[in-house]
Design a protein around this ligand. Structure first.
Ligand SMILES: NC(=O)c1ccc[n+]([C@@H]2O[C@H](COP(=O)([O-])OP(=O)(O)OC[C@H]3O[C@@H](n4cnc5c(N)ncnc54)[C@H](O)[C@@H]3O)[C@@H](O)[C@H]2O)c1
Length: 245
């Protein structure tokens, strides 16, 4: 129970990796707020409440800074504080760069990159009053290596790494640790949407010969969110089955 009495906020906690992270942090003892759009993720909050913990689901668009500030205020007032922020909300709008629309570029940057900035800025103001706090950002191996058809996504996830290192440097003196995880291909709705031939090509390249699971990513995030990683900050931890050894 390394997170007993802690309050965590997981953005995009209604499904996929974010859902699993929310349940993992709860299993470690944390009270968990989640936010998503268009649905709040009430079923995840109900599941956590069954574990005799506090949980609440909020509808919030992380790309909107006013909504994000209000979210942090509401979480602090509903839970009595905030100790952990997991910036997990993310989207894709894939297409070759040469044909990518301005809207598809802007939307992905707004959610995946500006969303991380909005939530981190608002949460950091609360974290200043804590003894210790942690932010974990969901980047991607695509942010480290690029990928054909994902210029917007790759740029957003590379940007998340820049934000991670900058927030880590600015907040370390207040004992706020900021790290990122960079998953490879994880079995979720995002990867289920890939065409079969693309999936086969990806599997051929992964030394562990399978996609990762949301549970495996959640375990890593749980480690980085807790005092088990108390001397780790500003790092990007790759979890990709050996794809980019
Ligand atoms: N699935 C993978 O293989 C993989 C690999 C690397 C990184 N990631 C990253 O992990 C994170 C989760 O991915 P996933 O596969 O679980 O995705 P998903 O599509 O299953 O879930 C995304 C979540 O984000 C929420 N969301 C989307 N836009 C939002 C917004 N504007 N405001 C608030 N919430 C919003 C959705 O409601 C949902 O809860 C993303 O940041 C993704 O880029 C995923």
């Amino acid at each position: 129970m390394q997170l007993k009495n802690k309050v965590a906020l997981v953005t995009g906690g209604s499904q996929g990796i974010g859902r699993e992270i929310s349940l993992k942090l709860a299993s470690m003892g944390a009270n968990v707020a989640i936010c998503s759009i268009p649905e709040a993720g009430e079923d995840v909050a109900s599941e956590i409440k069954k574990m005799s913990l506090n949980s609440k689901a909020y509808i919030t668009d992380v790309s909107n800074s006013e909504e994000t500030k209000k979210l942090i205020e509401n979480v602090v007032s509903d839970f009595g504080g905030l100790d952990i922020l997991i910036n997990n909300a993310g989207i894709t709008r894939d297409g070759l760069a040469i044909r990518m629309s301005e809207d598809d570029f802007d939307k992905v940057i707004a959610v995946n990159l500006k969303g991380v900035f909005n939530c981190s800025q608002a949460a950091a103001k609360v974290f200043m009053k804590n003894e210790s706090s942690a932010i974990v950002n969901l980047s991607s191996v695509i942010g480290l290596h690029g990928n054909a058809g994902q210029a917007n996504y790759a740029a957003s996830k590379a940007g998340v790494i820049g934000l991670t290192k900058t927030f880590a440097k600015e907040l370390a003196k207040r004992t706020i640790r900021v790290n990122a995880v960079a998953p490879g291909f994880i079995k979720t709705a995002m990867t289920d949407a890939l065409k079969d031939n693309v999936k086969e090509t990806i599997l051929d390249q992964i030394p562990l010969s399978r996609l990762g699971t949301t549970k495996e990513v959640a375990s890593l995030v749980g480690f980085l969110a807790s005092d088990m990683s108390s001397y780790i900050t500003g790092q990007v931890v790759v979890i990709d089955g050996g794809l980019f050894i």
